[in-house]
Design a protein around this ligand. Structure first.
Ligand code: SF4
Ligand code: FES
Length: 237
């Protein structure tokens, strides 16, 4: 079959403004959209720029908009698209070139929540253990591959006046440490999240959950963070 891809192009070094370019690719229905992009780059236009690495939904580097919805082209099959397929960069972030966006602000926010275990306990002889129940609580959040699809799709992150909101991806990682039985920085983590650009910036709009390619219940986990903040603050009164 012939797959038709209409792709956003923009090289700030030489283009005055963005434009769209349509490519046709001879594809097998079971090919992934990433295969089509690779074929275009290898056989038709080597200047087409996009990120990818694993090709299997693991590295999170190929987040982009496919027919207006953020997702991973390595997880989309050509057979599931009937018409021309519109491929654009993720929203929210500035375009570096074509489908590559500047993820520095994304990772700055991610680092702001201190995405690592904080503990005063001395190093154990073996690993730091958890019960299966304690681990189960984190299972979904641990699946996050930092593809940024959720943050790019969040209307709060998209709005100018709330653009400082840390966004769903950082909050999923915050959840992962807030509820980790081995972490000992509850108060410190709550202070990092208890403000209008932190957990309270979320208005429960669900777009993050809808687009997450790892099926993480993002909105639900943000809700659990809010409840945790509330419970801790009210237990002190
Ligand atoms: Fe991507 Fe889902 Fe992680 Fe958001 S929560 S960065 S959509 S894997
Ligand atoms: Fe690694 Fe798609 S290429 S997640």
């Amino acid at each position: 079959m012939i797959a038709k891809l209409k792709i956003f192009r923009y090289d700030p070094q030489k283009d005055e403004k963005p434009y769209y370019q349509t490519f046709e690719v001879d594809a097998d229905p079971m090919d992934r959209l990433l295969d089509c992009l690779n074929r275009i780059r290898w056989e038709q236009d080597s200047t087409l720029s996009y990120r990818w690495s694993c090709g299997h939904g693991i590295c999170g580097s190929d987040g982009m908009r496919i027919n207006g919805i953020a997702g991973l082209p390595c997880q989309k099959l050509v057979r599931d698209f009937k018409e021309e397929i519109l491929i654009e960069p993720l929203q929210v972030f500035g375009v570096v070139k074509d489908l590559i966006v500047d993820l520095n602000p994304f990772f700055e926010r991610y680092h702001s929540i201190r995405p690592y275990l904080i503990t005063k306990m001395s190093l154990p002889e073996e690993e730091r253990k958890q019960s299966p129940e304690e681990q189960h609580l984190l299972e979904e959040a641990i699946r996050c591959i930092l593809c940024a699809c959720c943050t790019a799709s969040c209307p709060i992150n998209q709005a100018k006046e709330t653009k400082n909101y840390i966004g769903p991806a950082a909050l999923v990682r915050a959840f992962r440490y807030l509820f980790d039985s081995r972490d000992q920085a509850l108060e410190e983590r709550i202070a990092l999240l208890d403000h209008k650009d932190g957990a309270w910036g979320c208005q429960t709009l669900w777009q993050c959950t809808e687009v997450c390619p790892k099926e993480i219940p993002v909105t639900k986990e943000i809700g659990q963070i809010k409840k945790c903040i509330y419970d801790v603050k009210h237990s002190k009164k």
